[in-house]
Write a protein that binds this ligand. Structure first.
Ligand code: 5SP
Ligand code: CO
Length: 221
């Protein structure tokens, strides 16, 4: 599978989300950051807005739920038509039950880890998920700088997934840009969320292509 580029609309213009979604029609998914001001110290948008974004987005929606009690709230995002729904391991009470419910609603199930959360306790759950999201900044805000110390975790996650033979995608989110994407791809990620790097570019469509080809061109060691 080639690299997937999922621009984060957290860096879009919230008064012009339909226009800014149209600008990323060449991307793979639209990454939508849902924050509740409890799991993270920021508040963005919720289910009613995501329902409409799913309807107008030219690409499937990748919902990243930075919320408490995802067991209660996440399934509704799958029912709303988000193609991928990712919840945080630190917040979920019953991650397997939740992942199964998301899949039952037809969504890909994603499990996210904060930068300081190790991957090893979750490796036994790989068969229950479609994607592992390794956060490469502390969740809550766009425009932060990439945490280099997360690279070994990406590498360990990739090695474990390869060893398992399962087709679990490794997504990275936070500080992805031209200056970091090759190292992240080299560590084994294949799905790249980029907010400020894409929406801050003069030519949004061209930036998506540049990031994708840099990731595809990076050598895995
Ligand atoms: O989930 C988050 C932040 O918590 C992200 O999806 C950000 O939106 C990424 O922004 P950049 O680091 O790419 O600017
Ligand atoms: Co995100």
């Amino acid at each position: 599978m080639g690299a997937l580029i999922n621009p984060s609309i957290l860096s879009a213009d919230f008064a012009n989300l339909e226009r800014d979604l149209a600008a990323i029609r060449g991307a793979d998914y639209a990454h939508v950051d849902v924050m509740d001001n409890h799991f993270v110290p920021n508040l963005t948008l919720g289910l009613p807005v995501v329902e409409r974004l799913v309807q107008v987005s030219p690409v499937p929606v990748d919902a990243h739920l930075m919320i408490e009690d995802p067991d209660r709230w996440a399934p509704a995002f799958a029912e709303a038509g988000a193609a991928s729904v990712t919840f945080h391991a630190e917040a979920a009470s019953a991650p397997v039950r939740l992942a199964r419910e998301l899949r039952r609603h037809g969504a890909r199930a994603g499990l996210a880890l904060r930068p300081a959360t190790p991957v090893e306790p979750f490796l036994d759950l790989l068969g229950e998920i479609d994607m592992l999201l390794v956060m490469t900044v502390e969740p809550g805000f766009g425009g932060q700088s990439f945490i280099e110390g997360t690279l070994p975790k990406i590498r360990r996650a990739r090695a474990a997934i390869d060893a398992s033979g399962l087709d679990v995608w490794v997504q990275v989110d936070g500080g992805v840009s031209r200056s970091t994407i090759e190292r992240i791809a080299d560590a084994g990620a294949t799905v790249f969320v980029a907010g400020s790097a894409v929406y801050g570019a003069d030519d949004v469509a061209a930036e998506i292509d540049v990031l994708r080809s840099m990731a595809d061109g990076a050598h895995r060691h």
